[in-house]
Design a protein around this ligand. Structure first.
Ligand code: FPP
Length: 255
């Protein structure tokens, strides 16, 4: 039987974790290696993080792998990242499928090469029925893009007569966003020391707890993830209510 404390911690475990994997470039530069070396090491940390989430029975993990602004990086670095994505798709999909991982790519995939797009769609199709963990990889993604595409798709549904403009509200619009149907993001982690969201999941982070860690992404391991989840568990999530309402303790000075 679980102890009361263990149950309380379990109740506060995040169901959906979103991560900005920052710091690959600095990790490599500190070792006098090209930035692409940092991205390769970052991919190992990504793989270990997926396994960590499976062990902890986290339902969904969303990783920011390539933002819509990352195209502005030097061509060599962008090319190396594209090669890394291709190789990772070749190497990892079958094994992740065996673990029951559902792979989703979110973002504007139309900008990628036909080869990469086909492999992304193949990975999504192959793993569509899996339920152990949603592994969402955000590529050519921006939170503002997501809001715009959701609004556009809702407008298209209105023009087809499938949705009434009066029926557009937070609940109905949510269905058009990337990650629709998945648990809401509970915990946002950004590694690498910067404290900003950088146009990641703007709509989906509305009630997420934000945790910023100084560790560079390739150095992230289970102990860093444990401490981010511990920080999450220590926070009081009020969703607009008072602390007394959330904890069930008597209101102080309530009118
Ligand atoms: C940010 O670090 C990281 C990225 C832009 C790329 C993230 C990619 C991976 C972790 C590689 C593997 C991904 C897949 C899906 C196979 P940065 O380069 O901005 O680091 P810096 O802030 O130190 O310059």
């Amino acid at each position: 039987m679980k102890s009361a404390t263990a149950s309380a911690v379990q109740a506060r475990a995040p169901r959906h974790v979103a991560i900005v994997m920052d710091g690959n470039g600095r990790w490599a530069e500190r070792r006098h290696r090209p930035r692409s070396f940092g991205h390769r090491e970052g991919q190992k940390a990504l793989r270990a993080t997926v396994e960590y989430c499976l062990r902890k029975e986290i339902r969904a993990l969303t990783l920011f792998a390539f933002s819509s602004e990352n195209w502005k990086r030097p061509a060599g670095e962008v090319g190396a990242l594209m090669q890394l994505f291709l190789k990772a798709l070749d190497r990892e999909v079958d094994e992740l499928h065996g673990y029951g991982v559902r792979i989703e790519f979110i973002g504007d995939l139309s900008a990628f090469s036909t080869e990469l797009r086909e492999r992304m769609h193949k990975a999504m199709d192959k793993t569509r029925e899996n339920r152990a963990l949603y592994a969402n990889v955000a590529v050519n993604y921006g939170g503002r893009w997501d809001i715009a595409q959701a609004a556009r798709r809702a407008a298209e549904a209105v023009s087809r007569g499938e949705l009434s403009a009066d029926a557009i509200n937070e609940d109905s619009l949510a269905a058009y966003f990337s990650l629709a149907g998945q648990p809401p993001v509970d915990l946002f982690i950004r590694t690498g020391g910067e404290q900003r969201i950088s146009n990641f999941l703007l709509w989906q982070l509305a009630y997420a707890e934000l945790v910023f860690v100084d560790t560079l992404w390739p150095d992230v391991d289970a102990s860093i993830l444990d401490s981010a989840i511990g920080e999450f568990a220590s926070r009081e999530r009020r969703f607009g209510k008072t602390s007394a309402q959330v904890t069930g303790s008597p209101e102080q000075g309530a009118a």
